[in-house]
Design a protein around this ligand. Structure first.
Ligand code: IPD
Length: 271
């Protein structure tokens, strides 16, 4: 059957905005860390869980045949071949500290279990503190609050503002810091804003020029990667591979290539 990309995109937007309102209205004056995940610096709050529960409840009702892959819960199997990939709060550390830069990210993908082979059909990122919503449908372009967006066209690598991020593992962070010593001298500057989903949307609207990160989870990047690609970005991995958790690099074609070279030369996908 034909896939209704526009309908999936509408639902992705509605899910992200609905869960975003729950998280905004439920944010206590002091957010407590309910648990830590991969390492002691990787927090989960009660609101991460409440947001994901809400997303799962709506999906169970409206898309009972689809699978669900979320940051905070068990995977739900489906029969339709479509999987919803949800991050109930991307930028949890910002949320914890009351700093802007956190979002609900919802994507729907087709394809096998391996994220490297997914076709991302639709995605929405709702940045809650500033009430902005980016979305894209495959082949439909990307928008922010309904208006079309495009990536920037910088004149030189040295004029590129580059977003990146770090995982929660201390050893990994040491090698990510080493990679920065190769990148930073060659670009305008670096931004570490704290939400991969928002970083990819800022790239899509031309507010940053390039973005790279190692170690992203599928829910951090699926929606934002489609928004960026539909806004004209190349979204790729290193050494000819697709963008995955191993490495994601995104930006206008001209300066993705030299950034990929720097990252390959500094073995940014290893260690
Ligand atoms: C994190 C954010 C951050 C990125 C980390 C992610 P979370 O997601 O996207 O910007 O650097 O790699 O884990 O934990 O806030 O959902």
């Amino acid at each position: 059957a034909d896939i209704d990309v526009a309908g999936l995109r509408d639902l992705a937007e509605r899910l992200a905005v609905t869960a975003g309102a729950l998280v905004r209205d439920g944010r206590p004056a002091k957010v407590e860390v309910a648990a830590t995940k991969s390492t002691g610096t990787d927090p989960v709050t009660e609101m991460d869980r409440a947001s994901e529960d809400l997303l799962r409840r709506i999906l169970a009702e409206e898309r009972p045949d689809d699978a669900i892959l979320g940051e905070e819960g068990d995977d739900v199997a489906g029969t339709s071949g479509l999987t919803w990939v949800v991050d109930p709060i991307d930028g949890t550390v910002n949320y914890l500290y009351g700093v802007a830069g956190w979002a609900v990210s919802v994507a729907v993908v087709a394809g096998p279990p391996d994220p490297a082979e997914w076709t991302i059909l639709a995605g929405a990122v709702h940045s809650v503190p500033d009430n902005r919503t980016w979305s894209a449908g495959l082949g439909e372009g990307a928008t922010r609050d309904g208006l079309p967006i495009r990536v920037s066209r910088p004149a030189a690598l040295g004029e590129c503002l580059v977003g990146t991020g770090f995982g929660y593992d201390a050893d990994r962070r040491a090698s990510q810091a080493a990679v920065l010593t190769h990148v930073l001298p060659q670009v305008r500057d670096i931004r570490r804003l704290g939400s991969a989903a928002i970083d990819l949307c800022l790239l899509a609207q031309g507010s940053i020029d390039l973005y790279y990160e190692r170690g992203l989870n599928p829910w951090d990047m699926a929606a934002g990667a489609l928004v960026a690609a539909e806004a004209g970005a190349v979204v790729t991995g290193l050494r000819g591979r697709a963008a995955t958790g191993e490495m994601l690099v995104a930006g206008g074609a001209e300066f993705v290539a030299p950034l990929v070279k720097i990252l390959e030369a500094s073995n940014a996908d290893q260690g």
